[in-house]
Write a protein that binds this ligand. Structure first.
Ligand SMILES: *Cc1c(COP(=O)(O)O)cnc(C)c1O
Length: 361
């Protein structure tokens, strides 16, 4: 078996122990004579798994009693609609747009009700920064302020949080949830598709401050209402069992590694090493994102020509490293280095980058 080094943006690399456990348990889940995906989602085996997954997430993220964890299908994209449907309550919401996904979020909010751009990270036609607090024009009466904490496509990330007063802060954390310890109490709502940092596609984590559950209009389809999930522990209908199972395996791994603090140490080591390689070869590699807005999850860089970028991707592939081609709207190279990617994997990429710059610069 030859596993490659996987820099895919999402679905993305998983910790090997999480996959190995899935392999070992697949045919006979804990002596039950069947796989977990053949069990009823109302049976004791799944119930225990559900509680363990939720418990691990609560523990690892330090989720306070004021907040509730929900598991919802439809991906982060579904949350672009559910957030305004449940939280607008006839008001307008503020959106800070810092990339492809936050543009998607505000677009969907405008379908549902009123939303305005309260800040942007765009310079020219590219998103290259996170705007400063002083550059935001926040509406004190807004229903909420929406941010995307890590911009998966353009490779920028918040390293501070906007001050929003009494207005709840809503965050799409799809590509950086659990990358480091985070003070959940600062947020009204957090959502994250599992397939980047905590599992596989098929399930989205929503962490909502309980008082916000009262905002949801009564007359709305059941599965689009947050209170439905809150009242039924997300088991009002059949939950995607395998994505929940894989999340449990990934969260067990995070815990065994030392939790969110250990993830931060690991991620800073990787990101710092990668950006150092870009910066010491500055005549060859160009990082378009401003230094204090650089992402530790999706570093993006350009080479002198598109032909060299193609060559970089194909030679890296020959060296056992895949997934490095940038998103079509940002171009260049993107190395997605989520929690599961190891410092040794990134060290290998860094060595390749230095060699490639020397040979082609
Ligand atoms: C990937 C991603 C999305 C879209 O997620 P889906 O689960 O495919 O809907 C939304 N926001 C961010 C920040 C992402 O990285």
């Amino acid at each position: 078996m030859a596993r490659v080094i996987n820099f895919n943006p999402g679905p993305a690399a998983l910790p090997l122990p999480a996959l190995e456990l899935a392999r070992d348990e697949l045919l006979d889940y804990q002596g039950s004579g069947m796989s977990i995906v053949e069990h009823s989602h109302r049976g004791p085996e799944y119930e225990a798994l559900h509680a363990e997954t939720k418990g691990l997430l609560t523990e690892l993220m330090g989720i306070p009693d004021t907040h509730q964890v929900l598991f919802i299908q439809g991906g982060a994209t579904m949350q672009f609609a559910m957030v305004p449907m449940n939280l607008l309550a006839g008001k307008s919401a503020d959106y800070i747009t810092t990339g492809v996904w936050s543009e998607g979020a505000i677009k969907e909010a405008k379908v549902v009700g009123e939303a305005r751009e309260a800040g942007t990270g765009k310079v020219g036609d590219k998103f290259v920064r996170i705007p400063k607090q002083s550059e935001l024009s926040l509406d004190p009466n807004a229903a909420y302020v929406h941010i995307t904490t890590n911009n998966t496509v353009f490779g920028s990330q918040y390293h501070w949080l906007p001050e929003t007063g009494d207005v709840p802060l809503v965050a799409d954390m799809s590509s950086d949830i659990l990358w480091k310890p985070m003070d959940v109490s600062k947020f009204g709502l957090i959502y994250a598709g599992a397939q980047k940092n905590i599992g596989i596609s098929g399930i989205t984590v929503v962490i909502i401050r309980k008082d916000l559950l009262e905002r949801t209009p009564k007359k709305m389809p059941k599965l689009l209402r947050y209170p439905t999930y809150a009242e039924n522990d997300s088991l009002q209908n059949t939950i995607p069992v395998f994505p929940m199972y894989m999340m449990r395996n990934v969260l067990r791994w995070v815990k065994s590694e030392g939790g969110a603090e250990a993830m931060e140490t690991r991620n800073r080591t990787k990101g710092d090493a990668l950006y150092a390689a870009v910066d010491r070869n500055a005549s060859f590699y160009l990082a378009p994102v401003e230094k204090d807005s650089r992402s530790y999850m999706n570093p993006v860089f350009r080479l002198p020509t598109e032909d060299l970028e193609k060559k970089f991707v194909s030679e890296a592939k020959k060296a056992g490293m895949v997934g490095l081609k940038g998103h079509r709207s940002a171009g260049g190279i993107r190395a997605s280095i989520y929690n599961a990617v190891s410092p040794a994997d990134v060290a290998k990429l860094v060595e390749f980058m230095d060699g490639f710059a020397k040979a082609n610069g």
